[in-house]
Design a protein around this ligand. Structure first.
Ligand code: UDP
Length: 400
């Protein structure tokens, strides 16, 4: 007999595609491993429980990163230290507090799972107002250089994707018993539904025999994706076909669809069949998004990195390049030149890169994460110490 399912509240936001991808991967794996035993509610905290202007973060984020990348990078680096990160969140906490209280009134839960760096601290501070709170787990979705925001000392478990992310956790004051290196969660379909290239190409209705290059730039179709595709197009390469994903960037999709292509080219908007597209491809051109990188590694796809969001994605470039799973090509022309040279080199070279990419994959990550969630959801709620005087709480909140 199955008891009442444990309720898991997932805190995320559609700022980029990676947070939702991680949450969906975990939920799919949990339903498979613990059918009927865990019930998930996924909430976009910015969109539904944050005041102006934070509630527009899903819209503001791609604009900021696209048009103000330097400022974004500067803000990221300047706030990335224990004291400064606390100060940033602390100074806006009173503004957020009411929405977060409403979140917990509307969504009581047995466990809180957070896949977004900005939520652990304010959410846990609100929970501290109670006598007891549910266990709180974070799954860090930045690969190599996660921001200090992630490493909130009050969390019960912090599951990280790489060794450098683990080391950062220790450096930022988490205890080893709070941290676990699991890997980044990748949807089980990247392992189960990876068909042969031929089968995948048949399913997509594209040529089975042409070398296939997948071009993507995160869930939002950020950066110079159009110029990259145009530079590849200009080369008029023989024996090549392109699969281009514009993601949620509708203008980009329209522009791509209005272009005359010199090789077979298929344009997609936001797709929910990325495993199939990766299975059909011989290489991927992508910005250094953590989810896309780890999915490519799982699919054994060599990676041409076309750029990185300053701050959180810079370390990902080194991670891929150092492990020879791919290269960094700075600028659209360099990307097109790399595609050309990879197509012209001995096929063994591409296979070597594909094998290196696969070595970085952690296909068990999502399963280890759902085991942690299942186990902690069975725990009693966490008893909290009696409330401290206001001044003491304020100091504790702001100071590392
Ligand atoms: N993605 C998707 N459909 C699309 C475009 C992207 O499912 O049409 C997924 C992609 O597979 C990955 C995520 O969106 O899981 C993008 O995350 P990443 O960390 O690479 O970049 P972000 O969008 O967060 O900057």
């Amino acid at each position: 007999m199955i008891n009442n399912p444990k309720r898991v509240l997932v805190l995320m936001s559609d700022t980029g595609g990676g947070h939702r991808a991680a949450a969906e991967a975990i939920i799919a794996a949990a339903h498979e491993r613990y059918p009927g035993q865990l019930e998930f509610t996924m909430v976009d905290v910015f969109r539904h429980y944050s005041p102006f202007p934070f509630k527009y973060s899903p819209e503001i984020y791609p604009l900021w990163v696209n048009y103000g990348a330097r400022l974004w990078g500067w803000t990221y680096i300047m706030s990335d230290a224990p004291f400064r990160s606390r100060f940033v969140i602390g100074s806006s906490y009173f503004y957020w507090r009411r929405g977060i209280r409403r979140l917990f009134e509307e969504h009581p839960s047995d466990l809180i799972l957070c896949v977004h760096s900005l939520f652990p601290r304010p959410v846990l501070r609100v929970l501290q107002e109670k006598m007891r709170r549910p266990p709180f787990i974070t799954v860090v979705t930045d690969l190599v250089w996660p921001h200090a925001f992630w490493y909130e000392k009050l969390i019960d478990r912090c599951l990280v994707p790489t060794e450098p992310a683990y080391e950062r956790g220790l450096a930022y004051g988490l205890k080893p018993e709070q941290l676990r290196l699991t890997g980044l969660p990748v949807h089980p379909n990247f392992i189960k539904r990876l068909t042969s290239k031929t089968e995948a190409r048949q399913q997509l209705g594209i040529d089975e025999n042409l070398a296939t290059v997948l071009v993507v730039s995160g869930g939002e179709g950020m950066g110079p994706l159009y110029r990259i595709a145009s530079e590849i197009n200009r080369k008029k390469l023989k024996n090549l076909q392109l699969l281009i994903i514009a993601g949620r960037n509708h203008k980009l999709r329209e522009r791509l669809e209005a272009t005359d292509w010199n090789q077979p080219t298929t344009i997609f908007g936001f797709v929910d069949f990325m495993p199939l597209l990766m299975a059909a491809s011989d290489m991927i051109v992508t910005k250094a998004g953590p989810a896309t990188i780890m999915e490519s590694c799982t699919a054994g796809l060599p990676i041409i990195i076309s750029g990185a969001i300053p701050g959180q994605e810079i370390g990902n470039v080194e991670y891929v390049v150092k492990n020879e799973a791919g290269v960094l090509a700075r600028g659209p022309k360099a990307v097109a030149n790399t595609v050309e040279s990879w197509l012209n080199e001995h096929p063994e070279e591409l296979q070597r890169r594909a094998a290196n990419a696969q070595k970085l994959a952690r296909p068990n990550a999502v399963w280890d994460i759902v085991s942690e969630i299942y186990e902690h959801a069975q725990h009693d709620s966490v008893a909290l110490p009696r409330r401290q005087p206001v001044l003491r709480r304020l100091m504790e909140y702001l100071l590392p």
